[in-house]
Design a protein around this ligand. Structure first.
Ligand code: SF4
Length: 77
């Protein structure tokens, strides 16, 4: 997956109800996602800096529970 939003602020969203908390995401991209004390992911790069955007597509796709998604918070047009 390629993220096409060069000039837009991107956020990573975690669906806590879908997440199984096994840590693939924060193990792979700790600059973007850390874990809370229960082992659930916490997004630490908010919005996602440009230099980390290349990893976003792979990060979303690596989640076997489909709990990760990319949002455009400033998507008024
Ligand atoms: S990879 Fe997906 S299911 Fe696993 S901890 Fe991360 S968000 Fe949760």
């Amino acid at each position: 997956m390629t993220i096409h939003a060069q000039n837009r602020a991107l956020s990573l969203k975690v669906d806590r109800s879908a997440c199984a908390g096994h840590g693939l995401c924060y193990g792979a991209e700790p600059e973007i996602v850390d874990s809370d004390d229960q082992g659930y992911p916490v997004v630490v790069a908010e919005p996602i800096p440009e230099e980390l955007r290349d990893q976003l597509g792979a990060l979303v796709e690596m989640c076997p529970e489909r709990a990760l998604s990319v949002e455009l918070p400033n998507s008024e047009g």
